[in-house]
Structures are given as C-alpha cells and as structure tokens.
Design a binder for this molecule. Structure first.
Ligand SMILES: C[S@@+](CC[C@H](N)C(=O)[O-])C[C@H]1O[C@@H](n2cnc3c(N)ncnc32)[C@H](O)[C@@H]1O
Length: 220
C-alpha cells in the first residue's frame, strides 16, 4: 500500500477531514470516493498546488463535497472537522503548523500525520501538548521509509524510547521498521569510520549502540 493510500484508509471512520498541504488533493478526493465522508477541505499555502487540487476535484465531480482554501497551516481555516491530515512535510514544519493553531487542532477527533523526517521531535511536541499516540505505522514508499502517526486528544505517559522510535513501532518491529533502522545504522557506522573528532565519535557511537539495542530488544 502507498503512503497516501494508507493515510486515506485511516479516514474510513470519520465524517469530515481537512488536509493541510494538500498539493494534488489525493487524500480528500480518495477519502470522499472511498468512504462515507460528507465533507472535506483541501488547504495549501501556495496557489499552484491548490490549483492542482482544484482541477483534480473538478475532474472527479467532487466540487460540492471538497472545498479548497488558501491557508498557511490552519490559520485561515475556521471549520471543525473530525480529522486533520498533515503529510509530506518535515516533522518540525508539521509541529509548527499544529503549535500555531493548537486550539483548532485539539478540537479535531484525530490528527493523522506523516512527516518525512524529524519524527521524534514531532512525537515529543504532540505528547507534551495535549495528544496521545493512538496508532502508528511504518511503510516503504518510493525509496523512503514513512512513519504515519495518528494522535487523539488526551494524555498518556511515554519514555525516551517511545519518543525516539515510536511506542507501537518499536514493539511491533515490523520488517520496514527493522530495515529503516538498519539503514540508519549502516549510515552511522560509515560516519563513525570517517570521523576524526573524538567527541563526535562518542556521539555517533552512542547513537549506534541505542539503535542496536532497539533492534535487538525493543522493550523497556
Ligand atoms: C510535498 S507536498 C505534500 C503533499 C501531500 N500532502 C502529500 O503528502 O503528498 C507539501 C505541500 O505542503 C504545502 N505547504 C507547505 N507549507 C505549508 C503550510 N504552512 N501550510 C499549508 N500548506 C503548506 C506545499 O505548498 C505543498 O503543496
């Protein structure tokens, strides 16, 4: 399954969705086509991508169900929806979009997030700002490992390993999880061999040992 198909599949239980940074509009279009959603919003900060989405929405005959809105994050979005999707951006950008409109984000029943990097920083922010992680998945799509993180309003306790590797992912240890961290391990081991600074070498070695431990055990 592709990253966008998996994200869309998580919308099956909802009635409305807002896709922030929609670009082509794939998620809202396919959510409406596949499930029983009555309304979707396609948001983008740039006119070009929003035009792409608009064209695709018109060609699918879905203009009455999907509204396109030019907006920086959720700043110009004033509806309440069941689910908010933010995918295909760095974790720090996703964090900043949520942080800027935290009150709006907390009104949704779920946030479905798919950062393409900085996953741990995003998890750390979410669990310290009114959300807990209800579901996680990792998959390989078009040359990249993607973590899909679904959070809902509420509070749970997490430890450092949960934040770094994902509370569900590190225990499930799926093939894609193992492959992702083996790849990272390989990169760090190459960096370690090339590195000449003792303090930097120590730092890399700590990271290598932490990953080896999670791959071997994965438990607390
Ligand atoms: C790489 S595309 C990802 C598209 C789609 N969400 C996906 O996952 O395939 C990133 C999109 O996010 C939009 N974007 C970047 N920053 C944004 C922001 N602050 N608010 C809304 N959209 C933003 C960009 O214009 C672009 O269309």
């Amino acid at each position: 399954m592709t990253r966008l198909d998996y994200i869309t599949s998580l919308l099956s239980e909802y009635n409305s969705v807002c896709d922030v940074g929609t670009d082509h509009g794939f998620v809202p279009i396919n959510a409406i086509k596949s499930y029983n959603l009555s309304k979707a919003y396609a948001l983008d900060i740039n006119e070009g991508p929003l035009d792409n989405a608009r064209k695709n929405i018109i060609s699918e005959g879905l203009s009455d169900k999907i509204e396109c809105i030019l907006s920086d994050g959720l700043k110009d979005f004033n509806e309440t929806v069941d689910a908010i999707v933010i995918a295909g951006m760095g974790g720090l950008l996703i964090k900043s979009i949520i942080e800027t409109s935290l009150d709006k984000a907390l009104k949704a029943r779920a946030l479905i997030l798919c950062p393409n990097k900085e996953e741990a920083s995003l998890r750390d922010f979410l669990v310290n700002n009114g959300f807990y992680i209800e579901h996680e998945h990792i998959l390989y799509d078009k040359g990249h490992y993607y973590e899909i993180i679904k959070v809902v309003p509420g509070k749970r306790e997490y430890n450092n390993l949960d934040i770094l590797y994902g509370p569900f992912l590190r225990k499930e240890k799926s093939k894609d999880f193992i492959d992702k961290w083996n790849k990272k391990l390989y990169q760090l081991e190459s960096a370690y061999k090339k590195c000449s600074r003792a303090d930097k070498k120590d730092d890399i070695l700590n990271k290598i040992n932490a990953i080896k431990e999670i791959l071997l055990y994965g438990e607390d």
